[in-house]
Design a protein around this ligand. Structure first.
Ligand SMILES: *[C@@H]1O[C@H](CO)[C@@H](O)[C@H](O)[C@H]1NC(C)=O
Ligand SMILES: *[C@@H]1O[C@H](CO)[C@@H](O)[C@H](O)[C@H]1NC(C)=O
Ligand SMILES: *[C@@H]1O[C@H](CO)[C@@H](O)[C@H](O)[C@H]1NC(C)=O
Ligand SMILES: *[C@@H]1O[C@H](CO)[C@@H](O)[C@H](O)[C@H]1NC(C)=O
Ligand SMILES: *[C@@H]1O[C@H](CO)[C@@H](O)[C@H](O)[C@H]1NC(C)=O
Ligand SMILES: *[C@@H]1O[C@H](CO)[C@@H](O)[C@H](O)[C@H]1NC(C)=O
Ligand SMILES: *[C@@H]1O[C@H](CO)[C@@H](O)[C@H](O)[C@H]1NC(C)=O
Ligand SMILES: *[C@@H]1O[C@H](CO)[C@@H](O)[C@H](O)[C@H]1NC(C)=O
Length: 504
């Protein structure tokens, strides 16, 4: 007999005396918890269902019959019983113990799931009430609401609907809270749709129709023109086999930045690496509300994650200034606080690997852009690598372009333009050409100036760039997507660049 079975042995003896009355034999406080009762019921059913241990009257006298007794010199009776191993179902008890263990683990897992859901539910309840408030405001608002507001709310409602379905699938047991939430979200969805139909001038519907018509027109023109002109294919992603920027699409509103409406300054974009041109992660770096400190930023592996505000990696740095940030080859480049320095931050762990002074660069709001403070030093990425756009006292505030070695941050080459930096609202680089924008009005910017570092030529352009809000805080270009990533008063916008198909 094994020593570990002392307890079952005791049970066996008691069983022999009180056949048929199993209740008091249960070890531990019964029905104190779910686990105990599971263990108990399994234990009992396990014992009684096995033939080799059915305590029917008479059978125990057989199985306990091997004993010897004798009387000692003092007249005391001694009795010893030998129990063959087969009498007690050792393996079975062991199995039960194992089952109980597995059950307890399962239970813990379920319990933690429930806790998780409860937390999620409370988060979503808060979000829902926030949305309700916003929808109410929109309902009362007699001024026409923009499509932007609708789209944002619709994205959020969709996201919640998705989550609630997921919750329901996973949630075993009471689902009253979940059901209730589901009804509320359905209601919200309906309400937004109703609101949309209430749009007095039918602006939204008409806009959509116009868009559909435009597309059909385009198709029609394309099929008609097939024979006439064989236009060269658009330039391959990441290539510079084109004649520069000639036009730009309407903006796509990606979303509000993750920190909210009040974070009007910042930058966003997508990492570009020539080795993995389409593998770059997305980054969003809203400045603090002072419009100066870059402290928190987030990284997303995919655009879907960014859209749903999920699976973000969030980092905090203490030395960032302005929204001239750029990301290249898994490194983020930022102007350091109150200095001419540029920091190179490894995005794997948010550690600074290199800092380097940008010689002669004006800083601390000496020559920032129009409408945007603290962006004296604006980093940029294009097909050729890392650039910096700035101004110096010697350049009398005109824009200076330097190509940087992205390993060491040292200046490789420098070009001097004749465009005064503070009169420009922002700038970006494409294939070694600097493009600068200015503000036309609250709804439009214009790409009005270029400087080609390949030829040293500069000149004017007039590509009108519609915008959602008044001020453009930053523009970043992605060579593979051939898109601009624009931070517009807290909103993240995307534009497709249209190039002259004839190479220069
Ligand atoms: C009793 O236990 C034996 C050995 O563990 C097993 O083979 C048998 O199926 C069990 N009988 C019942 C009725 O559970
Ligand atoms: C009783 O146990 C002894 C050993 O302790 C064994 O030799 C004997 O065969 C057993 N008798 C019966 C009837 O099981
Ligand atoms: C709703 O959320 C937004 C952004 O998270 C926040 O700016 C706003 O104050 C919230 N509104 C209410 C009524 O809680
Ligand atoms: C859903 O909307 C209907 C009417 O639009 C309302 O009667 C009902 O109370 C709403 N349910 C919830 C849970 O808000
Ligand atoms: C386009 O070319 C095809 C054959 O190449 C020809 O059959 C068709 O009539 C042409 N269409 C026009 C509008 O010229
Ligand atoms: C530029 O694109 C807009 C629409 O995106 C179009 O209306 C305009 O005509 C285009 N301009 C040129 C010069 O192609
Ligand atoms: C980041 O981590 C990945 C995987 O460990 C590695 O391949 C890559 O080289 C790292 N990038 C940088 C910039 O350190
Ligand atoms: C950048 O600097 C590194 C280290 O000094 C050097 O190996 C590399 O060749 C430089 N790159 C360019 C383009 O000069």
């Amino acid at each position: 007999m094994r020593t570990g079975l002392l307890c079952p042995l005791a049970l066996l003896f008691l069983l022999g005396q009180t056949t048929g009355n199993l209740e008091p034999l249960v070890p531990g406080p019964s029905s104190s918890s779910f686990l105990d009762s599971v263990f108990v019921s399994n234990f009992i059913s396990g014992l009684s269902s096995n033939d080799s241990f059915t305590p029917s009257p008479g059978s125990e006298s057989q199985s306990l019959s091997n004993f010897t007794g004798f009387e000692d010199d003092h007249g005391t009776c001694h009795c010893s019983v030998t129990l063959p191993d087969t009498t007690f179902p050792v393996q079975r008890v062991e199995r039960l113990e194992f089952t109980a263990h597995v059950l307890s683990q399962k239970f813990e897992k379920e319990l933690s799931k429930v806790r998780e859901y409860v937390q999620l539910i409370s988060v979503y309840e808060k979000k829902l009430s926030n949305l309700t408030v916003r929808v109410e405001i929109m309902e009362k608002d007699t001024i026409s609401y923009t499509e932007l507001d609708f789209e944002l709310i619709k994205i959020e409602v969709k996201e919640m609907e998705k989550l609630i379905i997921q919750l329901k699938d996973n949630f075993v047991g009471s689902t009253t809270i979940v059901d209730q939430l589901e009804v509320e979200i359905r209601n919200m969805s309906l309400l937004v749709e109703q609101l949309e139909t209430l749009d007095k001038n039918n602006v939204l519907a008409i806009r959509r129709e116009i868009l559909a018509l435009k597309n059909r027109l385009k198709e029609c023109e394309a099929s008609k023109g097939e024979n006439v002109t064989v236009s060269p294919p658009p330039p391959a992603p990441g290539s510079c086999g084109h004649g520069g920027v000639v036009n730009i699409s309407k903006p796509t509103i990606v979303q509000l930045n993750w920190r909210g409406f009040s974070f009007k300054y910042g930058a966003w974009g997508r990492d570009y690496s020539p080795q993995q041109p389409n593998g770059g992660l997305y980054w969003v770096a809203p400045l603090n509300t002072d419009g100066r400190h870059l402290e928190y930023y987030r990284l997303y592996n995919t655009l879907d994650d960014l859209l749903l505000y999920i699976n973000a990696r969030e980092y905090r740095i203490t030395y960032g200034q302005g929204s001239g940030t750029a990301v290249y080859n898994n490194y983020m480049y930022v102007n350091m606080y109150t200095s001419q320095n540029i920091a190179k931050i490894n995005l794997n762990d948010s550690r600074v690997e290199v800092t380097q002074t940008l010689p002669d660069a004006a800083y601390n709001n000496r020559f920032s852009y129009a409408n945007v403070d603290w962006q004296d030093i604006d980093l940029a990425v294009d097909e050729n690598g890392l650039w910096v756009i700035y101004a110096t006292e010697a350049s009398t505030g005109n824009m200076v372009i330097s190509k940087l070695n992205d390993t060491t941050l040292t200046v490789l080459d420098t070009w001097y333009t004749r465009q005064y930096k503070p009169s420009v609202s922002n700038a970006f680089m494409v294939c070694g050409v600097l493009y600068a924008t200015r503000t036309l009005n609250t709804r439009e910017e214009e790409i009005f100036y270029y400087y080609d570092t390949n030829t040293g030529r500069e000149g004017s352009l007039n590509v009108v760039m519609p915008k959602m809000r008044e001020r453009v805080q930053s523009i970043n270009y992605h060579p593979f997507d051939q898109k601009l990533f624009v931070y517009n008063d807290g909103y993240l916008l995307n534009y497709d660049l249209i190039f002259n198909k004839e190479p220069k």
